[in-house]
Every structure is written in C-alpha cells, then in structure tokens.
Ligand binder design. Structure first.
Ligand SMILES: Cc1cc2nc3c(=O)[nH]c(=O)nc-3n(C[C@H](O)[C@H](O)[C@H](O)COP(=O)(O)O)c2cc1C
Length: 170
C-alpha cells in the first residue's frame, strides 16, 4: 500500500512532523514525503496525508507566506496547501485521507488541518480520523517537546487501524 504525505512548511516545523508521520506509517505503507511545491500526483495512492502550518486561523495565503518571510522564514514559498488542494486532480471518491497542522498552543488559534479536512471531503476523499494539531512554541518554532514522538505514534496507530487484517503481524 502507498501513502503520500504532502506538506507545506515555512520554518521547518511542519516538515519535521511530516517526517515523523512518515516514520510512523512505514510498517504498513510505502511512504513518499513531498513538499507542496513539487505538486505530487495522487495517482495510485491508498492514503493521502496533508500537513500545513496554521496561518491566520486557517490555511496560508500568499500574503501570510510573505508575512512569514518578513518574520524570518528563509523558504520563499510561492504556493501552499490551499492552492495544492484547489488544483489537485485524480482524488478518487472514498480515498482515505488525513490532515494535520502545526500551530501555537494558545486557545482560539484556529487550525489549518480543519480547513484542509473540509477541502479533502469536498473533493470526495474520506478522512480516516479527525484532523490533528501539533504544537510549536512560537512562530518559527521549535516544536513543543515530544510532539515529533507523538506524531509518529499517532501515525502508527492510524496505519494499524487502516491496514487490512491479513496484512498485520500476528
Ligand atoms: C503569518 C502567520 C500567521 C500565523 N497565524 C497563526 C494562527 O492564526 N494560529 C496559530 O496557532 N499560529 C499561527 N501562526 C504560527 C504558525 O502556525 C507557525 O509559524 C507554524 O506552525 C510553524 O510551522 P512551519 O515551521 O512548518 O512553518 C502564524 C504564523 C505566521 C507566519
């Protein structure tokens, strides 16, 4: 089975979570991790995982990405998950999907993952679990201690739950 993880990351924190999620999926999936600007194809994918930083309570826009650069990001991102999901083709009805985000831990901080989850459902994909957030200590990070481990174990549980029973170790 194949899993595709598509991530957007201005400061590297969402990328670190994406790589931890990949590590958690590898027992059950052949995993590809791709930056959103690579516009990876979903053809032949059994599980689509998307991850993005929360910007202005939701998915980034060109203006918020420029803001990130003003705040020290060295990644001049010209596109984001919002644009990827607007343009992606070939999402088949019922494709298993999951969305995650990173965000600061304050209350009412919004969630890019919730917005991505809604877009995935509109495309006909089927969320395998509710959207999940991982916390950073500030705009540039770093991640709150333990979040990478939590992401790996979250993904491993997800993979085990989705795997056909015959594919599991006894
Ligand atoms: C322009 C901008 C807007 C942001 N807005 C929010 C927000 O509404 N809620 C939140 O929790 N974090 C917000 N943040 C913090 C980001 O979520 C944080 O920078 C991100 O999780 C870091 O991930 P990355 O290293 O992958 O870019 C914002 C950051 C930037 C640069």
């Amino acid at each position: 089975m194949r899993a595709l993880i598509v991530y957007e990351s201005l400061f590297g924190n969402t990328e670190a979570i994406a790589r931890a999620v990949a590590a958690g999926l590898t027992d059950e999936y052949e995993v590809t991790v791709a930056e959103v600007g690579e516009t990876p194809s979903v053809a032949g994918v059994d599980l689509l995982v998307v991850g993005a930083p929360t910007h202005a309570f939701g998915l980034s826009r060109a203006a918020t990405r420029q803001d990130a650069v003003r705040q020290g990001s060295t990644r001049a991102a010209t596109t984001g998950l919002r644009e990827y999901l607007d343009a992606v083709e070939g999402v088949r009805a019922g494709l298993a999907c999951v969305a995650f985000d990173t965000r600061v831990g304050r209350p009412f901080s919004g969630s890019a993952a919730r917005k991505a989850d809604r877009r995935l459902r509109r495309l006909g994909a089927r969320p395998a679990c509710p959207p999940e957030s991982f916390l950073v200590t500030g705009t540039a990070g770093p991640l709150v201690e333990g979040e990478q481990k939590r992401a790996e174990s979250w993904a491993a549980h997800l993979a085990a739950g989705l795997a056909p029973a015959s594919g599991r170790a006894a």
